[in-house]
Design a binder for this molecule. Sequence first.
Ligand code: FE2
Ligand code: FE2
Length: 239
Amino acid sequence: MKTLDSGRTVAEMATENMARTRVFESYGIDYCCGGNVPLREVCERGGIDPDEILTALSACDEESSDDGIDLQNAGLVRLAGHILGTHHAFLWEELPRLDELHVHVCSHHAAQQPQLMKSLELFRALRGEMENHMRNEEQVLFPLCGPIMEGSTNEIRSAVNVLLDGYVEEHESIGQMLSEMRSIHRGYVAGEGMCRKQQALISRLENLERDTHLHVHLENNLLFPQMLRLSEQGAAPAG
Ligand SMILES: [Fe+2]
Ligand SMILES: [Fe+2]
């Protein structure tokens, strides 16, 4: 691994060791859609001491062991398989459950807390966008990984270019909805007297945000650049 340095981009450092994303999350630093910015600049904007972040990142490197798959060198097909099996599988299961939980909490508390109806409305829009987006990735984009590895054609190359631009835009829109959801729930801090179901709702919404940041990071900063590079190259090495 390269030396930790505040001149390097947040996305680059997150890609090098995925465990570092926990540090970025805890400081509210965007490492996925807006991650291509040097850490120094992000800290200046947010009034954070970069040395504090570098110390936390280095502690995180010491703690994290190499127990997962090496996603950086996994190859396109395995990387796409990991995203599907981990993040898409999580969302297909969690989104309908969160919908039910939302409806339950609204039916009991929306009269006293009108922002809950706003939350449900936004959640439904978010769910629709996420499910459409995943369906397209699963049916159109990810099946191109195998052919790209076998050697790209001009047809694949131009399809990848067009598709990726659209997916990156959709990631940004999903990220904005998640930020809006966070502000509706006042930073996901449990309020005084909040019932257990509502506490579960905000904790699971926060988990949805955390998982989606990692998911989008893997696609924007690892999968998509590899797809672009390999489809430009034509014949790709086996991996
Ligand atoms: Fe995805
Ligand atoms: Fe995506």
